[in-house]
Each structure stands twice: as structure tokens, then as C-alpha cells.
Design a protein around this ligand. Sequence first.
Ligand code: ASP
Length: 310
Amino acid sequence: MTDVPRPSWKLVIHGGSGVILRESLTAGQEREMRAGLEAALAAGAEILAAGGDALDAVEASARVLEDDPNFNAGRGSVFTYQGTNEMDAAVMDGRDRNAGAVTGATATKNPVSLARAIMRNSPHVFLSREGADQFSREEGLEQAGPEWFATAERRRQLELMKADEDHYFDEELKYGTVGAVAVDVRGHVAAATSTGGLTGKRWGRIGDSPLIGAGTYADDRAAAVSATGAGEYFIRAAVAHEICARIRLRGESAKAAADAVIADVGDLGGTGGVIVVTPGGEAAWAFNSPGMYRGVAGPDGTKVAIYGDE
Ligand code: ASP
């Protein structure tokens, strides 16, 4: 009897992209961000190494980043123009392209788990605002008050943005959205993305993160993708689905597809990045911003990085 090689697992995460330069972070901030990324990788890697599902792993990693106030998701989400926190999240399962998404959630401690509950327990894919909050309560998900999500640093960023009347919102996106993509030992992929959106967002603005095909996509025939960046451009380029389409229909590598689609976003005038894994275990990231909080884990070890030259 010949040994069937055990397929490998892989996990890639991001914690947002933007103008992240060595001079923009203190040594203490940098340590905290790296520790947050390590913790998120550890949570997902534990599940994958034990033979667990990619979907469970990406949810677990995203929850760790949501709970970390340094990242713009869950606790530490950026403020809307009105000074509230309205959170967006999505999950997608590459096995059957089942998906769940939420926009404008205000009271679920972990919005990524609300997205998953929408996928699993509602007949719908995408819920919004009061209805999503109500569904979350009916599902018995852990609730949190505004004081859980709000932080002094995000308040300061909102005041700064409001002082500059030419700006609708902070396009530098220095502190971003979180996301995770994984392939498990059975070769199934999954993606999760969670965000507070953009500082100072108004009028119920929705970014790319919870839009299936824009900021989040997973398909076992291609890849799992999670994006971060100036959402308006990522929506227009249908980034996550476009990467999967290039892989599936043109046979491109994950890296080539990610590079091409981020270049396209750049041509439109947008900045940001993506993380990608394929069912075959290829992991890639691409970004056209100076930095992106990111990390990768597999049976061979773990790596986290922040700056463009790492
Ligand atoms: N893509 C997110 C949005 O537009 C923001 C981010 O990635 O930081 O809502």
C-alpha cells in the first residue's frame, strides 16, 4: 500500500492596508500589531493543523482581529460621520459557494460570526442594519454596547477627518479592515472579511468588504480571496471574483491573478491589497499601498509582515 500524501493546509490573514511606513508606527505600536497578527494566525492554524475546516479557521482568525482594538473591525472600528460604529462583514465557503454577509451591524460583538449565522441559519445571503441586529439577537449571538466598539484613538481620527472639510473620508486607510483566507487538509477554501469601513462614512455607505465578489470570495474551483483598501474601487473592479475568474478560466497562478487585479484597481485610482489561497495550497498577497498588515501560516511555520519591503 502506498502512502497517500496528506494535503497541506494554509492560512493567510490581513489587518488592513494603507500608508503604513516605518516612521508611521512607534516601536510599541509595531509590536502590538505584530502580536495581534500572530494571535490571529495561531487561532486559525490550531484548527487547520488539527484537520478542522477552513471556514472555522477563517472565522476564528477574524474574531481575534475583531477583538483587538488596533484593527478596524469589531472593537476598534472606525466611526461614521455621526460618531457611531456600523460594521460590515462577510464569509464564504468554497465548497458550495455558500455565503453570508452583513452591513451596518451595530451590536454584535463579532460581526464575522453574524455573517456566518446569516449564511447558515437564514434563507438569505446579505442582511443590513436594524434587521441584521434583530437577526443577531434572535440567533443568540453575543451582543455588545457602543462602548465596547468605540475607542479614543478612532474618535481622534474622526475629529481629525472632520477638521479637513475637503475630505469625505480618510482615504489613507492606515488602520484597516481584517480578513482571512484558508485551505484545509481536504483542499477546501474559505474567506472572511470584517470592517468598520471608512472613518467618517455617511449616508449608510457600504464598502467592498461585505459584498460577495468584491471584497470577499471563495470557490473551490479557484481560490479564496479577502481584500482591503479603498472599497469604492474594489467594488468597481469586482476584485475578489475577478481574481478567482482569472485563476479558474485562464489558469493563472494566485500571485499573477492578484498582481493583475491590484494593478487594475490602481489604474482606476484605488489603493489596497488582497490575500489569496488556492485549493492546491498556493498562498499569495498583493498590494499597491506602502504597507499591509499581513501574515501566513502553514505546517512549515508562520510569518507576519507590515511594510512593503518585508
Ligand atoms: N475596504 C474597506 C472599506 O472600503 C476599508 C479597508 O479595507 O480598510 O470599507
